[in-house]
Write a protein that binds this ligand. Structure first.
Ligand code: BEZ
Ligand code: FE
Length: 280
């Protein structure tokens, strides 16, 4: 029988992957095993610390259900989701295609479809805003009939799913671009908000001396035949959390100036989204 040393265990664990029939799974499992073992050696993880880690993951499992996904939140707050997203988009989004940003947990299928100029606030209080722009291809040509799903938090930083009546859809909707690729809707200015911080991930953030806030933003998912679907968000200029987004989603190219209201005209955001021709 072999005597397994501190590093010999890693070699032995890797050898046991030899019969994995999927080359990709073998590649992932090999790298994950190597990095996990190296991590434990690097920090000389103690049995008590390892047990605390297992308890943390167990708690994340217990709090997760069909409405709350603590593991995605963990991935988000560690910067893993944003890294996966950047890598997934590094080949495709050439030239000046709009950068992607995290989908997050608050997207809902089946949001009401509106005509351009409609108000998606459904009575939510706050500073009125008008959001408009065009959907274009990389040659600057308009994309007509692109589907735009948009969703956002309220002026007090809550999505409809977090309100007392989560079945009511508010501050979200679906629009179609016109012949000129244009869209336009009314809403209220969203505010920054904390990601759910009442579970183990919140405890982790506090232990690490981190805040749980995302800068104010409006989400978009834009789809059109012949183009890659773009999942992104626009971040409001001047927000104090732009440089410390708890989930690493904010990007400079997605920061938008909000034109202050003048007279009877509401504050306004104007942004052109550029889609990438389909890569798959
Ligand atoms: C969001 O922007 O909706 C979000 C993204 C990641 C984690 C929590 C919220
Ligand atoms: Fe969000």
């Amino acid at each position: 029988m072999k005597t397994l040393t501190e590093t010999g265990i890693t070699e032995e664990a890797l050898a046991r992957l030899a019969n994995c029939p999927s080359p990709r799974l073998r590649e992932i499992a090999t790298s994950l095993t190597r990095h996990l073992h190296e991590f434990v050696r690097e920090v000389s993880l103690t049995p008590e610390e390892w047990e605390a880690g297992i308890e943390f993951l167990t708690e994340a499992g217990h709090i997760t259900d069909d409405k709350r996904q603590e593991f995605i939140l963990l991935s988000d707050t560690l910067g893993l989701s944003a890294t996966v997203d950047i890598i997934a988009n590094r080949g495709g989004a050439g030239g000046d295609a709009t950068e992607s940003s995290l989908l997050g947990p608050f997207f809902r299928k089946g949001a009401p479809t509106f005509l351009n100029d409609a108000d998606i606030s459904a009575g939510a209080m706050g500073e009125p805003i008008i959001v408009s722009g065009r959907v274009l291809n990389q040659r600057g040509k308009p994309i007509a009939r692109a589907t735009i799903d948009t969703w956002q938090a309220s002026a007090d930083g809550k999505y409809d799913l977090q309100q007392p009546h989560p079945d009511e859809m508010k501050l979200r909707g679906r629009f179609l671009t016109d012949d000129d690729g244009r869209f336009r809707f009314r809403s209220v200015r969203p505010s920054s908000y904390p990601v759910p911080a009442d579970g183990p991930v919140g405890r982790m953030l506090r232990a690490l001396g981190r805040h749980p806030y995302r800068p104010a933003h409006i989400h978009f998912m834009i789809a059109a035949p012949g183009y890659d679907t773009l999942t992104t968000a626009l971040y409001l200029d001047g927000d104090r959390y732009l440089d410390s987004d708890a989930v690493f989603g904010a990007k400079q190219s997605l920061v938008v100036h909000i034109e202050p209201s003048s007279g009877a005209t509401a504050s306004a955001i104007d942004f052109n989204f550029i889609l990438n021709a389909a890569t798959r």
